[in-house]
Design a protein around this ligand. Structure first.
Ligand code: THU
Length: 136
C-alpha cells in the first residue's frame, strides 16, 4: 500500500464516523504531519446548520492538539462523482499549516482521485507571512 493509499484508508475509516444527518454527505479527512503523525477528522453537522464543522477542520484540530504544526499531506474522501476537494474555507484553514511541498489529495468512494499543491487550490493566498510584515 502506498502512503497515499494508507491516507485514504484512514480517511475512509474516520468517514464512517461522520455525523451528517442533514446533508447525508459523510466526509473523512486524514492528515500526515511533517513529523510523520496521522491526524483524522470527519464532518460534524448541527441542527443549526452553519454551526457544522468540516472533516478537514476537525483533522486540523486533532493535529494542532497533538502538537504538530505542518501538514505534509492531507486526503479528503467523500461519496461523489468527482474527487471531493476541500471547500473554500477549508482551503484557507489548510493554507495556515501548509508549505510549498504540501499535497492535497481529493478522493471519491468510486476510487477517483486527484492531487493538488496548495497554490493550485488557493492561489495568491493570504497567510501568516502577511501578518508578520504588518503594523506601523
Ligand atoms: N464537507 C466537508 O466536511 N469537507 C469538504 O471538503 C466538503 C464538505 C461537509 C460539510 C457538510 O457537513 C457536508 O460535507 C455537505 O456540505
Amino acid at each position: 500500500m502506498s502512503g497515499i493509499d494508507e491516507l485514504f484508508a484512514a480517511a475512509a475509516q474516520v468517514r464512517a464516523r461522520a455525523y451528517a444527518p442533514y446533508s447525508r454527505f459523510a466526509v473523512g479527512a486524514a492528515i500526515r504531519g511533517a513529523g510523520g503523525g496521522l491526524y483524522l477528522g470527519c464532518n460534524v453537522e448541527n441542527a443549526a446548520y452553519p454551526s457544522g464543522a468540516c472533516a478537514e477542520q476537525n483533522a486540523i484540530g486533532a493535529m494542532i492538539a497533538a502538537g504538530e504544526r505542518r501538514i505534509a499531506e492531507i486526503a479528503v474522501l467523500g461519496d461523489a462523482l468527482e474527487p471531493v476537494t476541500p471547500c473554500g474555507a477549508c482551503r484557507q484553514r489548510i493554507r495556515e499549516f501548509a508549505d510549498i511541498s504540501t499535497r492535497i489529495h481529493a478522493g471519491a468512494l468510486s476510487g477517483a482521485r486527484r492531487s493538488y499543491g496548495m497554490a493550485e487550490l488557493l492561489p495568491d493566498a493570504f497567510g501568516p507571512d502577511h501578518l508578520n510584515g504588518a503594523g506601523a
